[in-house]
Design a binder for this molecule. Sequence first.
Ligand code: ZN
Length: 339
Amino acid sequence: MPLKVIDGIRNLTFEEDLSAFLQQLGGPTLIRLQGRDSSRRRAFCTLLHGNEPSGARALYAYLRSGETPAVDLDLIIASIPAALAPPAFSQRMLPGQRDLNRCFRPPFDDSQGKLAEAILRFLHDSKPECLIDLHNTSGSGPAFGVAIRCDADHRALTSLWTNDLIVTDLRLGALMEISELDVPTVTIECGGAQDETSLLIAREGMQRYFSSEQVLAAAGHDYGVNRFRNPIRMELKPGRRVHYGDDADPDAALTLPLDAARFNYGSVPAGERLAILGKAGLDALTAKDHLGKERLHDHFAAINGRLSPKHPLKLFMVTTNPIIATTDCLFYFIDCANT
Ligand SMILES: [Zn+2]
């Protein structure tokens, strides 16, 4: 089994830091904790990406406390080898491997696929009442939830961490897409790995998720969660390159400012200069919606060689990591008029 199972924390050592704790676990691990009410169980997953440690740090603090949760818990800590590859917590996945959170759909034939399949099979068989998958955002930014449904249970789960929920019909092979067949699932992005507030947000939400008698929706309760439907991915076309800096790189398809993560906060107005376009202008970019329709020119214009929104947009997951920008996407956006 690609997932090591540990029953309880009796045999684990807690004196040292998170890295030492993860060394002790050695590889992808499922820790099962007994709660006050063992007739129910909740699942929690974190560290699908090795460079997103806030969930594992918060979980480590919780396990050290020795607290008894409200119900039984199944705690999955996934990409431990990637997280421990030096320097610790710098790699999303090990070199040559696929992004684990794109592997939760067939084929399951490589090591990442087999781990994803084992996690899905475990969730299917153990039947938790809900699942939270906790991540850090790629760049600095506020916390938000992501789900494929936005009914009252999903809003209730989101509200344990944040008031913003992205609802997406896009299918990438992420855990929440398939686990949703068995269990209400919300992905929580608790802010950037370097943001001071991320660990606090992760810990406080986790405390509520683990210790509350009820985390699914209570009848008639309004959770006050804002919903954002179907954000669009802004991507570089294949073979194009992004540069981060204050001066344009003439050979780059796009130059984004070093502090581009500030666009993650609030909304950006029409005409805002988001980036300097390269020689190919908008032709270097693509922004397809969840139906595969090109939407770039509906939302963006080239104004004096700058990439500018045509109307107010809300941006998510703006990254200044060129590897993520090239292999995943530059950022997600949504038309403020559609929120
Ligand atoms: Zn992630």
